[in-house]
Design a protein around this ligand. Structure first.
Ligand code: ADP
Length: 379
């Protein structure tokens, strides 16, 4: 009887028995009931988990250790063009073919997310982040960021257009101010002073527009060739002449420039970044200070450093001075001809070269600004 029931065990047809058989059947009945309850609980938990994952705004794909799809929610299926029935069990990079995703999966460093664009819809940009869990399993989160990328690029284009539009009228105004300045004789000192102020302000605006245009060019990276072969030693030798003209405060400028390494990059941008840092060191250091400029390999990384003995920067400002128009002391910045965009330009340039800007400073002692390039940029 027991053997027959075990072929098709269910609660409804559990046989009755007497003596030891009754005990066996009752035990079986209890075990079956507990199993049924926990199965129901599991199914309900799984159902709730699936519903929660489906309600997410992001695409979610669970992958096993071979990067094969275990499960995916509907959002991810739409976003990445996956077919839940056909593609489950297939390697994700087989179904969603993208070289950046393949590299991301191979290098197994998932701290940062990656942005990928779809071949089928070029205006779609998806941000992908992988979160490892359990035994080499992973959850892949996919977010459609096309809209925010579009808004950001419209904002940049707007700034670039406004700057271009302002440039022409400003050139005309500056030209007329210059003509008027030449027309007045030294006797009209009051008029002459007014014109001098006008000319100073026009120059400031012109510098601001130039910096805004530089920033938008660096950001758009449209016209930049960042694989030029740069002989840094030659670049710095060329800049030395400019630097000695800019050094109007009697600073001692010390150079320690190694002949190697040379790197790949954009000559125009690198010159601009170097000069920006040196100009700042000159501007923010009291008269007769010491400015040390160096270039060389440190721990295998090419590093350009400008060190000064200037006023220094309080720790709380250090993270913010690379933001546009962030100044520790706005009056000092303006009176020395600053636009508040210099470090923002430098940071953008080094980022575009896959490097990093590192700032250390001690109030009253001085500051150090390092441009750290990556190993791959060495020629
Ligand atoms: P600015 O045109 O105001 O100099 P930057 O973007 O070049 O704009 O610099 C932002 C701010 O960082 C400056 O206003 C200044 O407060 C601070 N700063 C930059 N370089 C130095 C430096 N070498 N020493 C001290 N402060 C500095």
């Amino acid at each position: 009887m027991l053997a027959k029931w075990l072929d098709n065990p269910s609660l409804s047809n559990l046989p009755h028995g007497t003596g030891v058989w009754q005990y066996i059947f009752t035990k079986h009945y209890q075990i079956l009931k507990v199993n049924k309850k926990s199965k129901k609980g599991l199914i309900s938990a799984l159902d709730q988990f699936t519903k929660a994952a489906e309600a997410l705004m992001d695409g979610v794909v669970a992958l096993n250790e071979n990067n094969e799809i275990i499960w995916s929610n509907r959002k991810s299926q739409i976003m990445l063009n996956l077919n839940s029935r056909k593609d489950t069990g297939q390697p994700i990079n087989y179904i969603f073919r993208n070289t950046d995703l393949i590299k991301y999966l191979e290098q197994e460093n998932y701290e940062e997310s990656i942005k990928v664009s779809l071949d089928t819809q070029t205006d779609k940009v998806i941000e992908i982040k992988i979160i490892p869990f359990g035994e080499k399993q992973k959850v892949m989160i996919a977010k459609d960021i096309s809209q925010s990328i579009k808004i950001e690029s419209e904002r940049k284009e707007f700034i670039s257009n406004v700057s271009h539009e302002l440039k022409t009228p400003l050139t005309v105004i500056s030209g007329f101010i210059e003509t008027l300045e030449n027309m007045f004789t030294p006797k009209n000192t009051e008029h002459k002073n007014i014109l001098k102020t006008m000319s100073g302000q026009a120059n400031r605006m012109s510098k601001l527009i130039d910096d805004l245009l530089t920033l938008s060019n660096v950001e758009s990276s449209l016209f930049q060739n960042r694989s030029e072969k740069l002989i840094i030693n030659t670049i710095i030798t060329k800049l030395k002449k400019n630097i000695s003209i800019l050094n109007n405060k009697g600073h001692k400028i010390k150079y320690r420039i190694d002949v190697k390494p040379n790197i790949y990059g954009s000559k125009k941008e690198i010159e601009s970044a170097f000069l920006n840092l040196i100009t700042n060191a000159i501007r923010y250091t009291e008269r007769n200070g010491l400015i040390s400029i160096s270039w060389g390999l440190i721990n295998g990384l090419p590093i350009f450093e400008v060190k000064d003995t200037g006023s220094g920067i309080e720790q709380k400002h250090i993270n913010r001075i690379t933001e546009r128009f962030y100044r520790v002391d706005a009056d000092r910045s303006r009176s020395t001809g600053g636009t508040g965009l210099g470090l923002s330009i430098v940071k953008n340039i080094i980022n575009q070269h896959d490097g990093e800007l590192k700032i250390t400073s001690e109030v009253g002692e001085g500051s150090s600004f390092k441009l750290i390039f990556n190993k791959e940029s060495v020629i």
